[in-house]
Design a protein around this ligand. Sequence first.
Ligand code: ADE
Length: 224
Amino acid sequence: MKIDIITLFPEMLEGPLGHSIVKRAINKGLAEVRFFQLRDWSNDKHNRVDDYPFGGGAGMVMKAEPLAACIDELCQTTNYDEIIFLTPDGQTLNQNMANELSLKNNLLMICGHYKGIDQRIRDLYVTREISIGDYVLSGGELAAAVLADSIIRIIPGVLGDESSALSDSFQDGLLDAPCYTRPAVFRELSVPEVLLSGHDAKISAWRHEQSVQKTKERRPDLLQ
Ligand code: ADE
């Protein structure tokens, strides 16, 4: 899986995608992540990539030409399955979407900044628009990092324990059951007996019951 990201702020992505599970996936050769500084495709002598919005109003708009030039150049060497624009007015990211995207070979993500990108880039190139939630961030970088992380961690072979991605909250439409580790008693709070029983079927049943209970309480919408 290759993920290419067009951004004005690659440093905002290097941190989140340079550690832990994502780093391990990259080191194992299971994922490749590349950042492209959009300013390198500016044809302006001051390297500007934004301009005033037609019709007036607050905020600058990212110009079409540098984005088109950058995307065109990347498309010459990579056949992208999806060209994704991160935007608060996109489809809200969920686990099903991450699962689906983790099966693709090549993804291109575009991070907007300022007021947004020229609509014609969305019309001409973008195949998918994704939001990470109903709030507005300063730009698409943190959203791209969240999306890339959610995809990379479930690529087969990335997690040591293959089953642990499958038992995550949301993977079966339920929130995760509580988990415990040693010591068995901490500040007078004991681990539920069943988890110490060694009885796999009983443990599975307990976890399922806890998941259903928690989902009913916190996210009844998921049970519908
Ligand atoms: N850019 C700004 N806010 C965003 C959000 N919530 N999701 C995706 N991209 C964004």
